[in-house]
Each structure stands twice: as C-alpha cells, then as structure tokens.
Design a protein around this ligand. Structure first.
Ligand code: SF4
Length: 570
C-alpha cells in the first residue's frame, strides 16, 4: 500500500508504524543515523500537515482519522474510491471516513449502504431541485428523503455502485454534498424566513451562500481537527439555533453613541456544541456583514492550527476556547487578520426582537403584502419520494416555487398568495401531512436512531412516533407545539438538551445478567433564542416502552402549571 504514497508520506507512515512519531523520521532523536529532514509541507493541505507535525513533535499520538487524512487525501483518493465503489465494494473504515468528505456515509451495520447528506446553504431549494432529489432517491437510494436538523436533506440506502452516480445527479440539479461529513464545515444554516420575514433586520441568504462558496473554493478549509458548524441569524421570527453552532453570526442593530457606527452589524458568538452541554456565547465582537467570511475563515484557521488531533472527544473548537478563553482566541484571530476586531458594549445593541415557537408551522404573513409562508409538519422529517414530488408541485403551483428547510426538521412553502392558502392546506392534508401549529407532532424532532445509525442506543424515530400516538390519545388539550427531541447517543444530532423535553438514548439494564433494552435518559427545560438553556436531567434509564407515559406526565404537568400558551417548560 505504501507504494501509493509519496516519499514524505511514506516516511511518516513508517514512523507511525514504528510508534515513534515524526521526531525519529525527521532525524530529531539520538541513537541512530539521522534521516534527511522531511521537506516543509506545501500546498493546500500544508496547514493541516504542519498542525499534525506539531502534535507529533510535542509527543502527541495522532488519532486514526488524522493518520488516514495524512496517508491519502480524500480528494486525491476520490478516483480510487469511485472505482472501488463501482465494483460494489463496501468501503474499509478509513475509506468510509474519506467518502464522508464527499457527503457519503457508509452506515453498516444498521444498513449495508451509503447515506448521502447534502449541502443546501440557508436550506433554500427550488421546487425542481426538491423533486430532483426525490428522483435520485428513487434511482439510486431507498425511495425516501429525510429532513435533518441542519435544514438539510439526507437520502439513504444508496448501494456502493450508485454512490458516484447519485453525486453526479446532484450536480446535474445544482446541488452537492462536498464536505457534508467528516471533519469539515457542515451545511451552512441561515434564517429560514430570510427575505420574507416582517421583523428581520438582515436577509441571511447571500451570507450563507457566499460562505458556502468560500468553503467549496478552498481545499485548505477541509480536514479540520473535527466537524464545524456555522449559522447566520437575521433577527427574524424563526430561530435558526445559531447558539448551537461553533460560530454564530447574529444580525443586530447597533445604536447611536456606541464605539462603532450605528446600523446593522453581525454579532459574533462562539463555542456552541449542545451535545457537550455548551451553547455559544457572545464575544462582544461585531462585524459588518461583508466581513463574516474573512473572520470565519480566520477563526477556523486558528482552530486548524490549535485543535486537538489526538483525542476525538476533545477535538471540537469548544475545547480550544475552554483552554484559552475568548481573549486569547480572539487575539490569535486578530493576528491572522492583521487587524483588530470591533467590540461593542451590549448596552449599545438594541434587544433582539422575539422569536416565535410556532413560526415553523402554519400560515404566517410575509413582509410582502398578500403573500404568506406555510410551514408543514413532517413528523421526524421523513417523506417518500412521491410525497416530495407532490409537495414540490404545490410549491410550484401555489407558492414562489421554493422550499425552505428549517432546523425543526420540517419545511415551509414561501410566497403563497392569500387566495391559494386553502388549496395548499387541502393538498398538504391529502398527502397525510398537516400545517396545524398544534399537537405533539409539530415540535417533534428525532435523529436517525437505531434504524440507520450504528451509534444509536435506541430507535429514536420509531419511539418518537409511539410517543406522538400516545400523547395524541391522552393529552388532548395540548394546543402548542412542545419541542420533544429524541437523540440516539451523545452526539446529540437532535439537540435533546435544548428541547422542552429531551430524550437521549440509553441501554437500560433489565436483569441481573446484564441484559439491556432500549431506553432513554430524560431532560426537561432546555431552550434557545431568548431563553437559551441546557435542559436538566430528571430521569435516567427509562425503558423506551415507558417513555410515552413519562412524556404524557410531563405534558399534563406543563398544561396544569403554565400561565399561558407562551410559557415554556422553563
Ligand atoms: Fe446517530 Fe447519535 Fe447522531 Fe442519533 S445522535 S444520528 S444515534 S450519531
């Protein structure tokens, strides 16, 4: 295998195989003939190679994923990956990791096939792209599509020989998946109601698209120490959960007498990672909207150079921030930029207008008179291909032709004239979906779970539906979409810590012999936007079969104790 590598790579691999690291192979250790020093890395991967070198020189042992990146770049190896997949071969673990740079996840043993996660900046699709994804799911996948909690789409059950044809098909409809997995900058989220929201102060679509293209154009921004999330909030009524991202840009109005000119600025928040019980915090920095790409780029390069390359559990940017503090991190960013960042006292920033917990479902007037957005409830985010095509036709015939995905695992139609609202509601209902902002299903979010993810301790999507059916029978007075988030493991893809009720998969021991069944630990009172909070654990190891009754009890207690419809679980 080493024949496939260049001289520098071969030296490193030999060093790792011997367990002695780069110091030996660069001639830095006494006791043997000194080898010629390795040449200084150059090219787009140099920033990563240097960070790996520094780790090894400091005595660190690179984790497997770092060694895989070094041994063969997922981009340089794409042709080999394609050729092997075309023969129907399942990828080895290191190639599964490389495929993720192209958006393809081999999800065995739960399914012996690929899952493809797309890139859809700001979550906005044309109707023909939406139906095009359904066509690709039929031609190459399982004939269904999932909406994710990053306002994105996933297609499952893609056989190896269909992996590249699926990606080629995405390109045909103006979509892609590059960098949607592994240690890369994930789908860029922005306010779902951008450009149509009466209260927004900034349309996030150009920013999300521009940042997405910035990443796509620069290979040096791939292969970070760990995955990375960036979100843009335009100050509208629908939250985008930027506080759960590594980097969040929040549109704010800076008032007179601040240290910068009054007007619209982007406030920088850093370090969100809800699965590690942390939400992004305000840095005090504000930027002009057109500076976001450059500053995000500098933040990421500081992370590339200083993130942990030895321990995957400590490799997210949060851990650099924890070790350094904001001041040191921002000073490093300013060094990269070659200038100081602007800071504003929060007292000189107008309070953000309130978000609405119901804005992602139901009918809402747009800022364009006579037009509306209509949010469709998609329990746990799943649609069959025929349903996708029918929904796309509704967008084309009754709206402005766009589908806007939200982080609430659903989507909205935009640009629907008043005269078309009844037709939209009727056609959506005929498909078995709803636009009603009430009941348990409107706020139900579940990650892939045990049906499709090897990390899952429980069947989150299946149990979410059982909870919904039980609650609909037993809590008939529920008149608001309570956020019930089910996540299968500590990766927290469904962000259970910010739900009103959050369930995280757990194996529950049921016998002295150690037999286990699927179950959950349960947290309550999480929040976001105006009420950011990590939920509090109240029950551990609840059997999945008992979860519906526990959720029922919590909902009854909430309805009995709340002061009004707008009161949250907090
Ligand atoms: Fe898989 Fe865990 Fe993410 Fe659920 S939270 S999809 S189980 S990795």
């Amino acid at each position: 295998m080493a024949d496939a590598f260049n001289a520098e790579q071969t030296r490193y691999l030999e060093g790792f195989a011997a367990g002695i690291g780069a110091a030996r192979i660069t001639g830095g250790l006494a006791g043997g003939p000194a080898a010629a020093p390795a040449p200084e890395p150059t090219g787009p991967d140099a920033i990563h190679l240097k960070a790996q070198d520094a780790t090894v020189k400091a005595g660190g042992k690179l984790c497997d994923q770092e060694k895989w990146k070094r041994a063969e770049s997922p981009f340089d190896g794409h042709n080999r990956l394609k050729a092997e997949a075309a023969q129907g071969k399942a990828p080895k673990p290191e190639d599964n990791f490389r495929w993720r740079y192209h958006g393809m996840f081999w999800v065995a043993p739960t399914q012996t096939s690929f899952m493809c996660r797309l890139r859809i900046p700001n979550g906005v699709l044309h109707h023909w792209q939406f139906s095009g994804v359904a066509d690709l799911a039929d031609a190459h996948g399982g004939g269904y599509v999932h909406v994710t909690t990053r306002a994105n789409l996933q297609v499952r059950e893609i056989a190896p020989e269909h992996a590249q044809p699926f990606l080629d098909g995405l390109a045909d409809i103006g979509l892609g998946a590059q960098g949607a997995g592994a240690d890369n900058i994930r789908n860029v989220t922005g306010s779902p109601t951008a450009g149509i929201d009466p209260q927004e102060i900034l349309d996030t679509r150009p920013l999300a698209k521009s940042w997405n293209n910035w990443i796509l154009d620069d290979r040096s921004l791939y292969g970070l120490p760990r995955k990375f999330n960036v979100a843009f909030d335009g100050g509208g009524v629908m939250p985008v959960l930027e506080e759960t991202n590594d980097v969040g840009f929040q549109a704010v109005e800076v008032l007179e007498d601040a240290s910068v000119a009054p007007g619209i600025w982007m406030r920088l928040v850093l370090g969100g990672i809800s699965g590690h019980r942390d939400l992004a915090r305000d840095t005090g920095v504000v930027l002009k909207p057109e500076e976001c790409n450059q500053v995000a780029d500098a933040i990421i390069r500081v992370f590339i150079e200083n993130g942990d390359r030895t321990n995957r559990n400590k490799a997210r940017m949060k851990y650099v921030l924890d070790a350094w503090g904001f001041d040191k991190y921002l000073a490093a960013v300013e060094d990269k930029l070659g200038r100081k960042l602007e800071r504003v006292d929060p007292a000189h920033i107008a309070p953000r207008k309130p978000t609405s917990r119901y804005s992602h479902v139901g009918v809402h007037p747009q800022k364009q008179p006579g037009l509306n957005w209509v949010g469709v409830v998609l329990p746990v985010g799943k649609m069959l291909s025929d349903e996708v095509r029918a929904l796309a036709r509704i967008a084309q015939e009754c709206g402005d032709g766009q589908i806007r995905l939200t982080v609430w695992q659903n989507f909205i139609f935009s640009g629907v004239p008043d005269a078309k609202l009844a037709e939209v509601e009727e056609r959506v209902a005929a498909l078995g979906f709803s636009v009603k902002a009430e009941g348990i299903r409107a706020g139900l979010v579940a990650c892939t779970g045990a049906r499709g993810c090897k990390f899952a301790a429980s069947d989150t999507k299946g149990h979410a539906m059982l909870i919904a059916e039980h609650v609909e029978r037993t809590v008939t007075a529920l008149d608001v979409p309570v956020n019930v988030h089910l996540t299968g493991c500590h990766h927290s893809c469904a962000q259970h810590y910010i739900g009103d009720i959050g369930l995280i998969g757990a194996k529950v021991v049921v016998s002295e012999e150690g037999d286990t069944v699927e179950g959950y630990d349960i947290v309550v009172g999480g929040g976001f936007a105006e009420t950011p909070k990590i939920g509090t654990e109240i029950w551990k190891a609840v059997k999945a079969e008992d979860a519906p009754k526990r959720v029922e009890a919590l909902l009854h207690a909430y309805l009995a104790g709340r002061a009004g419809r707008d009161e949250t679980f907090q």
